[in-house]
Ligand binder design. Structure first.
Ligand SMILES: COc1ccc(C(=O)Nc2ccccc2)cc1NC(=O)CCSCc1cnc2[nH]ccc2c1
Length: 273
């Protein structure tokens, strides 16, 4: 259902502010919508890049996916417009920035903070899976925090509507499960594995299979070569959840529903954010 009639936006509706970063396809700026004074993020994508990489269909499908996703832990795409050479995405602005910076600043997160973020991510992923969307590229850089510190899954540059099993690679290896690093067919359970990786990284400050070289990371992932350092001290329940997610056989990974019912989540996650 559409609350308001589809507004045709244009650049003159916005005052452009500081740059927020450079992506592969363009730049992102803070911007203020002049009438409402509402702060948004404006992402510029150059049309010649879209032509060059032949991803019109991907971008179109992306926009269809995005505008249909409405969840408190998923960054909103409010709309888009274009001029002769650029496409502009009007995105939600997350005032507290990348979760990645918080993690690097604090070294690692408390069990309550980590459990709260894992619960938010699990809720957002359950919502995506209902919409037949696998995110597949969930890593701290793609997680943002809004003005209340609420987690937002931000980057959908590679999300796909899962009609068939997917075979394409993406991003750093650290977050990929065995079936993806082996370039085998994979499905929704990719995201369950990634939740295990993120849970470990939130609690220890670095991902579990980190290694000097990509090939060493590859070997550690394939062996599920997992160990828990003695510091910082982590509860047995937290380790239990990680062990139930970082399972080679994707059908044996804890389901999203079971994650939300796990004792560590029940005990530590703050249900209000
Ligand atoms: C829903 O989100 C997105 C939807 C679509 C696309 C996209 O580019 N799709 C694409 C492009 C070309 C070809 C195919 C597909 C990207 C995003 N999201 C981001 O780009 C990251 C946050 S940018 C905003 C933002 C907000 N709040 C912040 N606070 C601090 C930094 C920051 C940065």
């Amino acid at each position: 259902q559409r609350e308001t009639p589809k507004k045709q936006w244009s650049l003159k509706d916005f005052e452009i502010g500081k740059p927020l970063g450079k992506g592969k396809f363009g730049r992102v700026y803070v911007a203020r919508e002049l009438k409402s004074k509402y702060i948004v993020a404006l992402k510029l994508i150059f049309k010649e890049q879209i032509e060059k990489y032949k991803i019109h269909h991907q971008l179109r499908r992306e926009m269809e996916i995005q505008t249909s996703l409405r969840h408190p832990n998923i960054l909103r795409l409010y709309g888009w417009f274009h001029d002769d050479e650029r496409i502009f995405l009007i995105l939600e602005y997350a005032h507290r920035g990348e979760l990645y910076r918080l993690l690097r600043k604090n070294g690692h997160l408390s069990e309550k903070q980590a459990a709260t973020y894992i619960a938010s991510l699990t809720n957002a992923l359950a919502y995506c899976h209902e919409k037949h969307v696998i995110h597949r590229d969930i890593k701290p850089e793609n997680l943002l925090l809004d003005h209340e510190g609420r987690l937002k899954i931000a980057d959908f540059g590679w999300s796909v509507q899962s009609r068939s099993k997917r075979h394409t690679m993406c991003g750093t290896l650290d977050y990929l499960p065995p079936e993806m690093v082996e370039n085998k067919a994979h499905d929704y359970a990719v995201d369950n594995w990634t939740l295990g990786i993120l849970c470990y990284e939130f609690l220890y400050g670095s991902p579990p299979f980190e290694a000097e070289t990509q090939s060493d990371t590859f070997k550690r992932i394939m062996k599920v070569d997992l160990s828990f350092p003695s510091t910082p001290p982590i509860s047995e329940e937290a380790k239990n959840l990680i062990l139930r997610l970082l399972v080679r056989d994707s059908s044996q990974r804890l389901s999203l529903q079971k994650i939300l019912e796990h004792p560590w989540i029940i005990k530590n996650a703050d249900p209000t954010v």
